[in-house]
Design a protein around this ligand. Structure first.
Ligand code: GLN
Length: 200
């Protein structure tokens, strides 16, 4: 029997989704762009990319994707969220737009653009639990600052703030692994998504 190749959806409302597709394919997954609720069917995992969290949630609400996606994640769909994607998942968002409704499924509080608008982007070497070898090049672009963590596992911090957290089958990052040229986190995510989880 042919081995099932892990199928990862990449939310493609807006933002940095093309780079995730490339990184996931290098990491051995099949990919599908997700733009409607129908696109969720049969996925082993989903990536919520960077971009603009306000626009992303507004577009998801408009096409009726917000609620089905929340349900799928709550039922165990493996999820990799980067930057704006992390904001979309977070339970509490500070400095969001008044009408910004996220998914609220990840037990953290974030401040949008919390590293300061003047420091738009920076790179920092990160020690990430569970990744062997050298540090991971963390590319931060108008990143959210994690100000509160609840029942999550912090797997990397920078400057005394968490920058990578896990909660069950959710992996959420303040930075952009798809822009780093380092596929280790995408590989780890594809492996996690391929394990016994619930398919959407
Ligand atoms: N500042 C953006 C937001 O609030 C996130 C930036 C990013 O994803 N690179 O949505």
């Amino acid at each position: 029997m042919e081995k099932h190749q892990t199928l990862i959806g990449v939310l493609a409302m807006q933002g940095a989704f093309a780079e995730h597709v490339k990184a996931l394919e290098k990491a051995g997954a099949r990919t599908r762009l997700v733009r409607t609720r129908e696109d969720l069917a049969g996925l082993d995992g989903i990536v919520l990319p960077g971009g603009e969290s306000t626009t992303m949630t507004m577009l998801m609400e408009r096409v009726g994707l917000l609620e089905p996606l929340r349900e799928a994640i709550e039922h165990g769909l493996a999820t990799l969220a980067t930057c704006a994607g992390m904001i979309v998942l977070a339970r509490d968002v500070t400095d969001g737009m008044p009408e910004q409704h996220g998914l609220g499924v990840l037990d953290i509080g974030v401040r949008r653009n919390g590293y300061g608008r003047q420091v738009d982007s920076f790179e920092a070497p990160l020690d990430i639990d569970g990744l062997d070898g050298k540090t991971f090049p963390g590319v931060f672009i108008r990143a959210p600052l994690v100000e509160r963590t609840g029942d999550v596992q912090v797997i990397a911090s920078y400057d005394d703030h968490p920058v990578a957290v896990r909660q069950g089958r959710i992996l959420a990052l303040c930075f952009h692994p798809e822009l780093s040229g380092d596929q280790r986190l995408h590989r780890e995510f594809v492996r996690m998504a391929g394990m016994d989880g619930t398919q959407a």
